[in-house]
Design a protein around this ligand. Structure first.
Ligand SMILES: O=C[C@H](O)[C@H](O)[C@H](O)COP(=O)(O)O
Length: 218
């Protein structure tokens, strides 16, 4: 039986089939790290990558893969990233590694979002994993109070994002309508973004299972 790390590696390697040419968007986290390592083996095919975090940029560069500023790129063919949870509707909950804002920005300019996950990430309803909300530091208390009014229990993470902000991890929310809740939380003054990726769901899910990598299309 494959371990969770082996499954992450298998699904990361399967995503290489979607890498054609040009510049690609690359996510953050342990699954994305396996993807970067696999990408290094075919780096001659691409011009380089746009990174969704400083950690990803560093790993890409360590493999000799050029890293481009997103502002120098009009569009990306693909964005490849993991998720903390994903549903069959391709709605995702992300940000366990704190990179949610840059991930959402890079994903927004990609024509195709390819989500790479091991089988533990596929869930019927989002929300067992705490929902990360990136906040401007001076607003963290008022945003936390607003999140309580929405039924959540926010906890300040001991972490500073690449953007110099803080993260509130929110449990207890009933995520019945991820698109609506994503917009509602983003409306709170002081919120930079939240870890619901529902307005712009994944286009392809590659899911590593004990029976091999399964492909789901939206
Ligand atoms: O901020 C982190 C990202 O949203 C990751 O994509 C997510 O946390 C999944 O990470 P991992 O592949 O390590 O489970």
């Amino acid at each position: 039986m494959a371990t969770q790390d082996e499954l992450k590696q298998q699904v990361a390697e399967a995503a290489i089939a979607y890498v054609k040419e040009g510049i690609i968007g690359v996510g953050t986290g342990s699954t994305a790290n396996y993807f970067i390592d696999a990408l290094a083996k075919v780096k001659g095919k691409i011009d380089g990558a746009v990174a969704s975090s400083e950690a990803t940029a560093q790993r890409l560069r360590s493999h000799g893969i050029p890293v481009f500023d997103l502002n120098s790129v009009d569009s990306l063919e693909i964005y490849v990233d993991g998720a903390d949870e994903i549903t069959e509707h391709m709605h995702m909950l992300k940000g366990g590694g704190g990179a949610l804002t840059r991930e959402k920005i890079v994903a927004a300019v990609a024509k195709k979002f390819i989500c790479i996950c091991d089988q533990t990430k596929l869930v019927p309803v989002l929300g067992a994993f705490p929902l990360p909300v990136e906040v401007i530091p001076m607003a963290q208390s008022q945003v936390a109070r607003a999140l309580v009014k929405l039924g959540g229990i926010p906890k300040l993470r001991d972490f500073t994002t690449d953007n110099g902000n803080k993260i509130l991890d929110v449990t207890g929310l009933k995520i019945m309508d991820p698109v609506a809740l994503e917009a509602q939380i983003n409306q709170l003054v002081g919120v930079v973004t939240n870890g619901l990726f529902a307005a712009r769901p994944a286009d392809v899910l590659l899911l590593a299972t004990q029976d091999g990598v399964k492909t789901y299309q939206r």
